[in-house]
Structure formats: C-alpha cells, structure tokens
Design a protein around this ligand. Structure first.
Ligand code: SF4
Ligand code: SF4
Length: 397
C-alpha cells in the first residue's frame, strides 16, 4: 500500500500525458534497456556494472586502492564507469585496461553496498572480456604465461615433502612454496607432534586464483583439474590449507566450476582449533602480546573470524589485542587479488598503512595468511601455526 502511494504520482502524470507522448515513453521503456547494454555477449554481468557505475560510490571511503592512489577513477564505482565504457567499445587504450587490474580483491566494498556487490567479482568478468578481445595488458599476459610454464607464481624454494598418501593432505600454495616455507615447516611439525599421517602433492600447482582473478578462466580450469586429480590420488579425507585464498578456491570456487573435491577442505585455523578441542595437544605458557590481523579472504569470503582468535586465546600467556578495524571491517594487507603482482607499488602503500594501524596495538602481528605475512615482512609477524608450534617447542625445551 505504501509503495502504491509512493508511485501514485507516476500514474497521475502518465494519465495526463497526450497519447503520442505516452506511446513514445512506452517504446523507450521497452527498448531503452537494450540500448544501454553492449551488443555482444559479455562475461561481465552488465546489469551489475551499470548499477555500480551509477551509484554515488557509497563504499569509496573503504577502498584501499583509492586511498593509496588518491585517484577517483580507482574507486569501486570509478572502475565500473570505465568498465562500462570498455564493454560498450567507447573507450580503448592501455590506461583504461590497466585500471581494471587496480583492485585488491578485498571485498571492503561489499560491506557497504546496498546491492551486495563485490567489485572484485564483477571485475573478473570484465577482465575475461578483455582476454576474449585480446586486449590484455602485456604484464598481465606475462603472469599467465609464467604460470602456464612453471605452475606456481614463483620459484619453489622449499623442500618439505610428506608421503603421497595420507588422511590429511597439506596444500601449501604458491606463497608458502616460494617465500614463506617456515609456515609449512610449522604445520609439518604440528602434524608430526599429533601423529597425523599427512601427505603433500609432489607437483602441486597454483590453486588458480590469479588466473581466475585476471580473467583466464580456461587456464584456471586446467589448474583446477590437475589439483583435484592429485587430491583424489592422495586418498585424503581432509585437505588443510594455510592460505585462505587456496582454501576458498578448493572449498567453493572449484565446485562452482564443476570441479568437486570429495574431501573436507579446512583452513589451518579450523584444523588447529579442532586439535585443541580434541585435546590432542597441550600448551605451556607463552608470554607474548600480539595483535591479530584478519585476512580479507578468510573473514569475508570464508566467514572465518572466531577460529584463529580461539586458537590464540587458548594458548596460556598469550595476550591478543584487536586493531580498530577488525573482523569483517578489517583492512587489506595490499597483496590480495594478485595486486602484489600486478601493481606492487599500490600493494606496498596499502601494506604500510595497515602495519601502522596494527602497530598501534602491539609490535608483534599474528595473522592467518601467508600472503598477509609476506606483505608485513620487516615487522615481527607470525602465522598462527608458528605461534602454535612455538608454544609446543617451549614445552619440549
Ligand atoms: S574489492 Fe577492495 S580494492 Fe577492489 S574495489 Fe572493492 S574495496 Fe576497492
Ligand atoms: S560496490 Fe555497491 S556501494 Fe560500492 S559503488 Fe558499487 S554499487 Fe555503490
């Protein structure tokens, strides 16, 4: 009733309009929408692109890329306005295409959006269209070519191998394989301490997140197929990932793309908490004050915010501080959405800002993501698994 009252003036105005105007208005109403949409079929969800492009940018104040760049075009709605012009072939040029990769995939926009839009998800379709049109910037193509050749984002620098079969499969992910081997070592120590029969994949490939993020959907499928096959061969019942992005890919995105993993997929924080609940493990006192940083993908895509806190709080002596922006209101580390590879300067600025916020609470930062830990390098920073094993090591001294 309220709604009818609200729009009564439209009916009133319409009834008083001459017939020729009415006919024109009806024609535009029925065909106008089509004229706003691109003629070709797009991977991008154009209705979302248009709604977001027309929005007064309600989430702009929380976009870390805009904050770092101080350029309105990099805001969520700013990117969508440019995306609309690209999709409708009204804008061409390297700057416009490069802008489509200036997103940290943090989903801060979705927290404020009346439509629940994730601009990073909308951008995946836009980038897939750029790929389909052969207009991908050279540096982005190089990331794909590197992955096709090497199967991981960087050179593998660790030599941690479990057996090929086991109840638990530890999926390491590119950042651990190349730069944060200490997290894998901590996890392996934990598996050994609790007597878990764990396996690793000998030729583990990238989970594919950079590929699907950057619009290379077909190559992503090839990677997903490989990993799913290897996970199946291991005979595992549970896959444990330290990286929230790997966990998100294996747990949700693979099945959305019809690559089903039968085993349960856990993030390491869920696995560590389950060990505590099963009383498989006991801790000695660990005198440490830290601040916990929520990784964007863990808290916003997987909804995991209590588990890492409970793990830390259950360690006697541990004091866990909360930063002002925490849980779903967390701030990005800067390296999400492959921004560390596509726009390292922006990623670095975002990381510095977050570090300054975190350090207001404590010098020691604990997180639950190898990529966040890498972004905060130079500080005293640990993954939860490193804190977990530190406490056990102390007991064994
Ligand atoms: S996902 Fe994050 S970086 Fe990307 S547009 Fe939204 S707020 Fe900005
Ligand atoms: S993501 Fe939502 S709130 Fe942000 S600009 Fe787009 S439509 Fe507006």
């Amino acid at each position: 009733m309220k709604k009818i009252k609200k729009y009564a003036w439209v009916m009133d105005a319409f009834s008083q309009t001459p017939f020729s105007t009415k006919a024109r208005a009806m024609k535009h109403f029925l065909t106008g929408k089509k004229s706003y949409l691109p003629k070709k079929k797009t991977h991008a969800d154009m209705e979302s692109v248009i709604k977001c492009a027309l929005c007064p940018n309600m989430c702009r104040f929380d976009c870390p890329v805009l904050e770092a760049e101080k350029n309105e075009a990099t805001s969520p709605s700013g990117k969508m306005r440019i995306a609309y012009l690209i999709e409708t072939d009204r804008l061409d040029g390297t700057d416009a295409f490069e802008l489509m990769y200036k997103c940290a995939g943090c989903d801060a926009c979705i927290q404020w959006c009346p439509f629940d839009f994730s601009v990073s998800d909308i951008l995946k379709g836009v980038r897939a269209d750029i790929v389909a049109d052969n207009r991908t910037p050279e540096d982005i193509v190089k990331i794909k070519e590197h992955l096709e050749k090497n199967h991981t984002m960087d050179k593998i620098n660790i030599d941690v191998k479990g057996s090929e079969k086991g109840d638990i499969l530890y999926f390491m992910g590119c950042t651990i394989l190349s730069e944060k081997g200490e997290i894998a070592e901590a996890m392996i120590d934990i598996f050994n301490t609790v007597g878990e029969k764990y396996a690793t994949i000998r030729d583990e490939w990238c989970c594919g997140a950079p590929l699907i993020n950057l619009g290379f959907t077909e190559v992503f499928k090839h990677f997903a197929e490989h990993n799913v096959e290897k996970i199946k061969e291991s005979g595992c019942k549970t896959v444990v990932c330290s990286c929230p992005t790997c966990a998100y890919m294996l747990r949700q995105v693979y099945s959305q793309m019809d690559f089903e993993i039968k085993a349960q997929v856990l993030h390491s924080s869920e696995y560590l908490l389950s060990l505590m609940k099963d009383k498989k493990i006991r801790f000695d006192h660990l005198e440490k004050e830290c601040v916990y940083h929520d990784p964007c993908t863990l808290v916003r895509k997987l909804g995991i915010e209590e588990e890492p806190r409970k793990v830390l709080e259950n360690i006697p002596g541990m004091i866990v501080k909360e930063p002002y922006f925490n849980r779903k209101d967390t701030k990005c580390c800067g390296r999400g959405g492959s921004l560390g590879s596509t726009n390292p300067d922006i990623a670095e600025k975002i990381a510095q800002k977050r570090v300054a916020e975190l350090r207001k609470e404590a010098e020691c930062i604990v997180t639950a993501c190898p990529t966040c830990a890498l972004a905060f390098e130079g500080c005293e920073v640990y993954d939860i698994s490193e804190i977990f094993i530190k406490s056990l090591e102390k007991k064994n001294e």
